[in-house]
Write a protein that binds this ligand. Sequence first.
Ligand SMILES: NCc1[nH]cc(CCC(=O)O)c1CC(=O)O
Length: 354
Amino acid sequence: MTTPSSIDTVSDTQPGRVFRSDGPLAASPTTLRVATRGSRLAVTQTTTVAEGIAAATGLDVAIVIVRTQGDISRAPLAQLGGTGVFVSALREALLAGECDFAVHSLKDLPTGPCPGIALGAIPPRADARDALCARPGKTLASLAPGARVGTGSPRRAAQVLARRPDLEVVDLRGNVDTRLARVENDLDAVILAAAGLDRIDRGEAISERFSLAEAPTAAGQGALAVEVREEDLLDTRVSVALAALDDPVSRATANAEREMLNALEAGCAAPVGAAASADDGRLSLRATVYRLDGSASLTAEASVPWTASGGAAADSPGMPPGSGSPLPANLGREVAADLLNQGAAALAPLGGPQ
Ligand SMILES: NCc1[nH]cc(CCC(=O)O)c1CC(=O)O
């Protein structure tokens, strides 16, 4: 842990210690507990959040590993009962008082509210793009005719087939390392979130990062979600930590994307891509719905005047998304309404588990 470089702007509180707890840990006035899934990616990203909490509060932070059904089952993700599989075990631990924070990948979090739980912070978002991992130098355009590309995502499958209808898409599951190993084995390429590879220092496995204009990604991809018990929003230790973790721009772009998905009533397996950005005083959102075989798609986009400072004031950390500034959510609903008007519901299966 490094010492703050500017004593004027950073409190002189000594950062607390971050440690891993392999069993349950009782609540304590000097230790905050952060729950995470046990995968290498989940533990890595949770460690960054835990260090932020330790620095902001001066308290010790324990990382508590929770096993989820999504880690245990080998069934294809689309059959596992929805996005909730990676999330519900952590939420149960939070509601049972076994931890004080739960860290998720935001894109795994259902778009609807969860009683008793608040989305307390969205930290600075990493690369939202998808990455092709193939043999060095290979791009989607230069893969051999008929090459086999692995992905478990209907969106990624449709996007690949839209550009390369000759390729064979193969279903893929497992953690990042398992998926990457298939490239050396029976597949020519796999598609993964760039953020996940960057976070576990496997960025060298990426042979192409797809542009968001060409391949918009899952709502919230590359962002983390820090959930807390709603009642703890009044706890000073928790609110100090959340204020330090939250990033208003990441919160606004992710909220716009997530509200678009929510207004489409789209489930986790819906072939929908989104890309929001905040530049030059505007918040912009572009979203595309794909036919599963990639043979057709619909796109809508819109933007509204928005600044991070205005957004931060209205969208304060600790407030559930949508309860602060209505602008990102309104933008998401506007883009969803446009897509539905164009016939999105007839083009693609939007429903399914949230
Ligand atoms: N679908 C699973 C999932 N959930 C979050 C990530 C990591 C990247 C992120 O934070 O968006 C991944 C892996 C992937 O899509 O390649």
